[in-house]
Write a protein that binds this ligand. Structure first.
Ligand SMILES: *[C@@H]1O[C@H](CO)[C@@H](O)[C@H](O)[C@H]1NC(C)=O
Ligand SMILES: *[C@@H]1O[C@H](CO)[C@@H](O)[C@H](O)[C@H]1NC(C)=O
Length: 609
């Protein structure tokens, strides 16, 4: 054998052993189960009191190297007979009695009742060890099977004399490299049997080594955080963050996916491709994601008893490889939250829902509803406990969080624990009230906004009004323009009259009159629609009288001017004297000047608007 072992206790030290009590083990049957990555040692001890004193405790001895990997140690006894036989677990604690051999850890089991003289009692002991199967070789290639070693003693290590004993070591398959042979050793299929051995003194120890193939998934959660959040609105939300490593022999050389895919069970025997999470029945909204995103290669199936989630990481897991992912699911509150003596309590499973996963560090967080009080926790085994506060949306004081932490967790810890708390139902209304008020304020805000919106539409109406006002102004301007052009025509007519008096050219004057009539007619035509618009436009209502006055005065002015013009031209044709003409025109002229003044004034007023 090329490998070296450190054995912690080889000596049989009868002389140094103290006289503990007069107990003997009249029969010991041991079975070491090596079919998974954890080691399960189940022993049945028949304890007999050969002394006179009543004995109430039995000591169990484990080598330190096993004790340090001890994940679970349970002592139980069967009470009743036949069908009514039930298992009662007994209290176990580490003790340090004096004068023990070195490198041993001792545990004391308290018997349910004292054992009198000649009485006997049967104990069932289950010890679960993790990280106790040592890969050898430590590095293998993708194609290699994984070989591991386990060491123990062929004799039951005990501070008591043992009358008769046997051991069986169960392997995952009949493929083994080596096992230690002593007398009375035989192999039956995948089981190695040692014994029976008789009359062995206390602390008898005979080292054995088993080197065998074990391709079971060595899935180790280096860290698992389970968050269980209670919502009194009917849901328990569970979020589990896993950091998984393949705890077996490290893979050396490259990994070939092609090789792997061609023959996964040959070219990747030591790897595992999936894990199965057994979730409670009625789990809903199940998801499985990693840093990259949702992984759709998970499969969910369920019935009324359970929900099974098959988790397939993105790559097959070989020794030393790691993966991190999150599994989340919702559960109906009524399945997990109960009431007792005025308190509510959550009754939930502690361990990992995944088959065969060893957890180095498990943190279970129970997030209680905001306002929970008088919190207490009941866990059927020792754990580290502390409390935190978690804040989520709508929280004011935050939610109390019970944090439970345990290292070295095996499936045996998939037991139920309870978190008790008091909760005032009014607190339940706090969040909805906040929502109600929230919505109320939202409504108020909406109404304010609507008002704002109305003012916007008002202002858009005013914008429209402004546009209309602009149109009115433009129309007014055009009216002014029109009037000014009329006045210009008037000026031309006056000028033609002055020319007439100078030249006496009646025809030219008549021609000027004709042109002026034409222009004025045109201008009057242009004016009509403008006036129509202004008359009908409400914005022009205030202006309208002035415009009407202006237009009226201009018309009057025009008529008087035409009258004057006709009179003068007429007089010239009749060859009246200059003096006579002046007399005839004089009355008109006064009126004309006054009207012209009025028109000019009105134009000024209007242009100021
Ligand atoms: C992942 O799946 C969950 C549940 O089905 C879903 O709510 C979430 O939006 C998904 N996320 C992505 C990134 O697809
Ligand atoms: C918690 O639930 C388990 C499984 O349903 C049940 O066996 C156990 O009695 C419950 N514990 C309490 C305290 O209700």
């Amino acid at each position: 054998m090329g490998f070296r072992f450190e054995f912690f206790l080889v000596l049989i030290s009868i002389l140094s052993a103290p006289v503990l009590s007069d107990l003997i083990l009249s029969k010991v049957d041991r079975r070491i189960d090596l079919t998974s990555q954890v080691v399960r040692i189940a022993s049945t001890l028949k304890v007999e009191n050969t002394g006179n004193d009543v004995v109430s405790e039995v000591l169990l001895a484990f080598p330190d190297h096993q004790a340090k990997n001890m994940a679970y140690l349970k002592a139980a006894s069967n009470v009743g007979k036949g069908r009514s036989k039930t298992s009662v677990s007994l209290s176990v604690k580490v003790v340090h009695p004096k004068g023990m051999p070195p490198a041993l850890t001792l545990y004391s089991v308290t018997l349910p009742k004292g054992l009198g003289k000649k009485e006997s009692f049967t104990l069932d002991i289950l010890a679960v060890l993790t990280h106790s199967l040592q890969p050898f070789p430590e590095e293998i290639t993708q194609a290699d099977a994984q070989l591991v070693m386990f060491q123990d003693s062929a004799y039951y290590l005990s501070p008591y004399e043992t009358k008769i004993q046997s051991l069986s070591v169960v392997l995952p398959s009949a493929r083994y490299e080596f096992y230690t042979k002593i007398h009375n050793t035989k192999v039956v299929d995948s089981e190695i049997r040692y014994g029976p051995y008789e009359n062995l003194p206390p602390f008898s120890y005979s080292p054995i080594v088993v080197h065998f193939e074990n391709n079971q998934p060595f899935a180790v959660a280096q860290r698992l955080v389970r968050e269980i959040e209670i919502s009194h609105w009917g849901n328990v939300q569970v979020t589990e963050d896993y950091d998984i490593v393949h705890g077996g022999a490290q893979i050396k050389g490259g990994f070939s996916r092609i090789d792997y895919q061609a023959r996964p069970y040959v070219r990747g025997a030591s790897s595992f491709r999936h894990l199965i999470a057994r979730l409670p029945p009625r789990a809903h909204s199940v998801y499985y994601r990693d840093q990259i995103g949702n992984i759709s290669t998970s499969h969910l199936r369920g019935d009324s008893k359970k929900t099974e989630l098959l988790i397939e990481p993105r790559y097959p897991m070989f020794g030393g490889w790691k993966t991190s992912f999150t599994v989340g699911y919702g559960l109906p509150l009524r399945d997990f939250l109960f009431e007792s003596e005025g308190k509510r309590f959550l009754n939930f499973s502690f361990g990992c829902p995944m088959d065969g996963v060893v957890i180095d560090d498990l943190i279970v967080k129970v997030v209680l509803p905001e306002g929970s009080k008088d919190i207490s926790v009941s866990v059927p085994f020792p754990v580290m406990q502390l409390q935190e506060i978690k804040y989520s949306h709508l929280d004011i004081v935050g939610r109390p969080v019970v944090v439970l932490e345990k290292t070295n967790v095996v499936p045996e810890y998939n037991l139920h624990f309870q978190v008790y708390y008091k909760f005032n139902n009014l607190s339940l209304l706090r969040e909805p009230m906040m929502l109600v008020f929230g919505f109320f304020f939202l409504f108020v805000a909406c109404i304010v906004y609507m008002h704002a919106d109305m003012s916007i539409s008002k202002s858009s109406a005013s914008y429209l009004a402004k546009l209309q006002w602009d149109e009115v102004q433009a129309a007014v301007q055009q009216v002014q323009n029109n009037m000014n052009r009329c006045l210009a025509v008037h000026d031309k007519l006056e000028a033609s009259l002055r020319d007439l008096s100078r030249t006496g050219d009646v025809q030219a004057c008549k021609a000027a009159r004709k042109a002026a009539d034409g222009l004025l007619k045109e201008l009057s035509k242009e004016l009509k629609p403008l006036l129509g618009f202004l008359q009908s436009s409400p914005q022009a209502a205030q202006l309208w009288p002035k415009i009407q006055e202006l237009v009226g005065k201009e018309k009057e002015l025009q008529e008087k001017l035409m009258l004057k013009h006709s009179t003068v031209v007429d007089s010239y044709e009749k060859k009246s004297g200059g003096r006579e003409i002046e007399n005839r025109v004089a009355s008109h002229q006064q009126k004309l000047t006054a009207l012209r003044q009025e028109v000019d004034d009105l134009l000024d007023i209007i242009s100021e608007i």
